[in-house]
Design a binder for this molecule. Structure first.
Ligand code: ADP
Length: 423
């Protein structure tokens, strides 16, 4: 009797165990089907049976189909969004509630070249600006300005970006809020603005000194010219004249620069015989009183023929370089003007064997108002604009200018003019 009971119990245990194992296998195949978004058939779930199980299969399959359809729609919406955003000039960036980048268009890399793998990265890993992270939080909290100019430190350079941020519903199932940003690169505008401000500050500074001197001397003359020693009066008037001349040269150079930088710089090109043209300018210089302590020599390749240039502007280029060579070198210095015909261009070198320009100053000498020795240049009547004018004129002709120098061995300015300049 007991034996029969034990056998029955064992059989029941085996049957129940087999059923449980069957259910376990069935559940595992259901889970796999859901993971792979594939409907499953009854045969895929060995061991499961019954009407309830059939109903479960049908409902689960319907759910799997719905999830797949939703996911497809979402992917195609994101693809569409990516294509649309990819054609925008502005960078577009979407971050989730944990600041993970969910979407970034191609323009992001134009602004931030290092942002190659932005998607799924944390925002602060890709874009380096504490100010921007604060802005993201402000947008999330509804406390942000509509636009904000933000500075980013990127690969040894600073980029200025105008950012607009807004919250959007999350595009995943999280029910949270994401933040969308439109980033517009304003680095160039910022740089131009800085150049303009610096220029205005420089001009004001350059005008202030001669004006203050002129004003002071005129006031003294107005108050005491009757009882003043005629020699002092003469000296005062001489100083006023010198500073007025300085103001005059400054205004003339400023006007020249502004014309050269305008939309219509008034280039009047003619085909001229270059060698006699340059020889004429040099002859004129040799006969000037302040050039008599210098030696001016020329060596112009006979192969140089005609060149299409604006002759007056070419005169200005050579005059500025020759004036500098005379101003900044001691008596006895040799100034050479050498011309060569190169492939497709004429190269003119203006050199001297004076004190030269220190290597640290060389990259800056074509900048407006840049002087190596400020006091010396002003004392010699320099405006700090001469080389800037030279560079503008040469570039307007489609050419290039550069300066080479070894301190103590003089300076060489190398000008190249294309034989067929661009229109
Ligand atoms: P400036 O009106 O002061 O001469 P430029 O733009 O013509 O202004 O020249 C810029 C600076 O370059 C000068 O102030 C001077 O310090 C330096 N420089 C130009 N030419 C020479 C030269 N031949 N030798 C030495 N220094 C020079």
């Amino acid at each position: 009797m007991l034996e029969t009971l034990v056998v029955v119990l064992l059989v029941a245990l085996i049957v129940t165990g087999a059923k449980l194992a069957g259910h376990h296998r069935a559940l595992r195949s259901v889970r796999e089907a859901i993971d792979h978004r594939q409907p499953f058939l009854r045969k895929d779930a060995p061991g499961a049976s019954g009407r309830e199980w059939d109903r479960f299969c049908v409902t689960a399959n319907e759910l799997i189909e719905q999830i797949s359809a939703l996911e497809k729609t979402q992917t195609s919406q994101l693809t569409q969004l990516n294509v649309t955003l990819g054609s925008l000039k502005e960078a577009v960036l979407v971050v989730d509630h944990h600041n993970h980048i969910m979407l970034a268009n191609n323009s992001l890399q134009d602004i931030f070249p290092a942002a190659t793998q932005a998607i799924d990265e944390r925002l602060e890993v890709v874009l380096h600006s504490v100010e921007f992270l604060n802005y993201v939080e402000a947008v999330r909290n509804g406390e942000a300005q509509p636009h904000q100019e933000i500075e980013f430190a990127e690969l040894n350079e600073t980029r200025w970006v105008e950012v607009t941020g807004t919250t959007i519903p999350a595009l995943d199932s999280s029910n949270g809020q994401w933040v969308l940003f439109v980033l517009h690169d304003v680095t160039r505008q910022k740089a131009l603005e800085r150049v303009r401000k610096e220029f205005v500050a420089n001009v004001s500074h350059e005008l202030r000194t001669p004006l203050a001197v002129i004003k002071g001397y005129i006031e003294t003359l107005v108050e005491g010219h009757q009882e003043m020693d005629p020699i002092d009066r003469q000296r005062f008037l001489g100083t006023i004249q010198r500073h007025t001349d300085r103001l005059n040269s400054l205004l003339e150079d400023l006007l020249t620069l502004s014309r050269l930088e305008s939309v219509n710089p008034g280039l009047e090109r003619e085909s001229i015989e270059l060698r006699p043209h340059i020889a004429g300018i040099l002859e004129d210089y040799r006969s000037r009183p302040h050039a008599e302590d210098h030696v001016i020599v020329d060596d112009l390749d006979p192969a140089i023929d005609r060149l299409l240039v604006d002759p007056l502007k070419l005169n200005q280029v050579l005059s500025n370089l020759l004036d500098n060579a005379l101003k900044y070198t001691p008596p006895g210095t040799c100034i050479k003007v050498i011309g060569h015909l190169r492939a497709g261009e004429v190269e003119i070198r203006v050199s001297d064997n004076g004190p030269g320009i220190p290597s640290g100053d060389l990259p800056h000498i074509f900048e407006r108002f840049y002087r190596v020795e400020k006091g010396r240049s002003r004392e010699k009547g320099g405006t700090g604009l001469g080389l800037s004018i030279v560079k503008h004129i040469v570039q307007l002709h489609g050419g290039q200018v550069l300066a080479k120098s070894k301190p103590g061995e003089g300076v060489t300015f190398v000008l190249s003019f294309p034989l067929s300049p661009p229109h």
